[in-house]
Ligand binder design. Structure first.
Ligand SMILES: *[C@@H]1O[C@H](CO)[C@@H](O)[C@H](O)[C@H]1NC(C)=O
Length: 223
């Protein structure tokens, strides 16, 4: 009994040790692959992406940043008070049914709500890593700690997408790129006070992105 407990402790110790030593990373680019776009079916509760004849109801205190890439025909729409809709060029919303990309027996006359839960920055499912040549890294070649942006990585939020991201803890990065625009600690902290940034990045975590370089060819520790 006693002996097995010692073994368990020893085993736990080894796991901790390996978790600690495994915490090394090279300089990668980590791209955010989740989004809160209007046409993302995962965000809609009730009957998928809105179609002609549907009603869309946002709760007034939902915090959203929604990129709209598709035309829509909307019967009724209740906007939130605390959010933004970013329309791509040429997108039209109206009550005209012909605008909707989906009209059919199965569609229409539903009341749809939108799930505005933010993505967690530290959720590995939100990121896709790539190396310095832009080649995607296979998830099986990476340790979990390397699947979210590490101190020497670039975190990239791609064009034509929107997100709500919660940052419960502080984050160290090499570089932060949002819609092809470069941010460092100061410019990002300013961005978070703007109309767009305050809906996209929530939580008490602070990003520091001061271009730190990893000069060790075997990789550098994530702090
Ligand atoms: C939206 O509708 C406008 C006007 O009918 C049209 O010109 C445009 O191509 C449509 N856009 C998309 C993305 O379908």
């Amino acid at each position: 009994m006693f002996r097995s407990r010692v073994l368990v402790l020893l085993f736990r110790g080894l796991l901790l040790l390996s978790a600690f030593t495994a915490c090394y990373s090279k300089q990668y680019t980590q791209t955010f692959v989740s989004n809160s776009n209007f046409d993302n079916p995962e965000r809609w509760v009730g009957h998928g992406v809105p179609c002609a004849e549907d009603s869309i109801v946002f709760n007034e205190d939902q915090v959203v940043s929604i990129f709209v890439q598709t035309n829509a025909s909307i019967k009724e729409l209740y906007f939130p008070l605390n959010g933004e809709f970013i329309f791509a060029d040429g997108v039209v919303w109206s009550a005209d049914e012909s605008l909707s990309p989906c009209v059919g027996d199965d569609h229409g006359d539903h009341v749809l709500t939108y799930n505005s839960d933010p993505y967690n920055w530290f959720d590995i499912g939100n990121w896709q890593g790539s190396d310095e040549n832009g080649d995607e890294l296979s998830s099986k070649d990476l340790l979990d700690i390397e699947k979210i942006p590490c101190d020497f990585d670039t975190a990239a939020f791609p064009l034509k997408q929107s997100w709500m991201v919660s940052m419960p803890e502080d984050i160290n990065l090499h570089r932060l790129v949002i819609w092809n625009q470069d941010f460092d600690s100061a410019t990002f902290s300013n961005y978070r006070t703007t109309g767009r940034g305050r809906y996209q990045f929530t939580g008490s975590g602070v990003i520091s992105a001061e271009r730190a370089i990893c000069s060790d060819v075997t990789g550098c520790a994530c702090r």
